[in-house]
Design a protein around this ligand. Sequence first.
Ligand code: GLY
Length: 399
Amino acid sequence: MKYISFIIVLLFFNSCKPKADYNAKGLVEQISTQLKYSPVLKDDFKITNRNVFPRTLDSIGALHLVSKKDWTSGFYPGVLWYTYSLTEDPYWKTEAIKFTNLLESEKNNASNHDIGFKMMPSFGLAYKYTDNDAYKRVLIESAQTLITRFDETVGCIRSWDHHKDKWEFPVIIDNLMNLELLYWAWKETGDPVYYNIATTHAKTTMKNHFRSDYSTYHVVNYDTITGVARSKETHQGYADNSCWARGEAWALYGYTMAYRESNESEFLKQAEHVADYIINVATLPEDYVPTWDFMLSDKVNEPKDASAAAVMASAFYELSTFTDNSKNKESYLKVANGIMASLSTKKYFNAPGTDKGFLLSHSTGSKPWKSEIDVPLIYADYYYLEALSRKLNIQTQTN
Ligand code: GLY
C-alpha cells in the first residue's frame, strides 16, 4: 500500500513538471480559437473609437483598450500578423491590415522612444507578409522620427521626456528593442546614419547598463554636456541594484537582434553573457517563468512575469541559431522549450472563451507602480507567438 501511495505521489509531481518540449503545431488551432473571443473582433465593435488596441484586463476583468499613442499599440496588430502567418487564414490578414492602418500617424510621434515597439510588430510584419511598399514608406518615416531623439555626446537615443525634474537624459534598457527599426531602415535605404545610431546606442548601453555579472540597470540617466552616466536606477524593478526580469529579457533579445542585423561579434558575446546570467546566475524556477524581478528573496509568493518569459523564449530560440558553442545551443533550446511548454499549460494559457481572448495570464507590468500585476498583457501574447513561429522555423530547418 505504502509503495502504491509513493508511486501515486511521484506520478502527481511528474505531471506538475513542465515537459521538455511541447506540440508547437498543435497549438495553432488553440490560439486562433482563443483570439476569436476578443471583443475587438466582433461585428459590433466600433473601430472608429479612440481606444481600440487591447492591452490588458483591469482589476474587475474588463478589457483595457488603449489608443495608438500607447507604447503597446503595435502588439495587437502584431498578434494578428503572426496568427495569419501561422494559420495562413486570410481572415487574420484582413484584421491585421485593419488594425495596422489605424497606427499610421504614429510614424511622426517623436515624444518618446517607443516608435520601434509600435511600428515593427505592426508595419514591420505587414511589410514582411505583403511586400506592399506603402508599409515600407511608413517604416522609413518612423525611423527618421526615432533618430531625432539621438544625442551625439551621450551616444544614445533618449527614452523618455517625463520626470524632467529627476532625469536629464534617461535611457532605459528596453530601448534596445527600438534599434530593430533603425537596422531595418539601414538595410532598406542603404543610409549608414541608421546603422551608426543603432550601433552606437547598443555600444553605449553595453558600457553603462550592465554590472559585472551582466545583470542590468533599468534606467541610466546621462549628462548631456559631458555624456557621462550620472545615475543608474530602476523604474519598474524592485530596487536600483536589482535586476528587473523584463529588462533583462529586453537585453537578451536586444543584443541577439543587434547581432543578427549588424553581424558585430561583440553583440553576440553580449547576448551570450546575458543568457549566462539568466540561466546560471539568476536561475529560473522549475517552470522557467521568472518572478517580476530576478533579485527578489521570495520567489514563491511574488507575482510571475509571463511577458518576460515570452520575450526570453523568443530570444533564446534565435540565439540558439547563432551560437557556435554546442553546449550553449542545447541550453538555450532547453530553456526556450521549457518556457513555451509552461506557457502552453493551463496554468498560463487561458481556457477558451475566458480573459477576453488574451492568450496568456500571469504577467506583471509594473509592480512598484501597483500597475498590471498578475494579468494578461498583449506583449506577452505577441512574443509567445513570435517564439512559436521561431520554434516552427527551427523544426522545419532541422527536419
Ligand atoms: N517598455 C516598457 C515595459 O517593458 O514595461
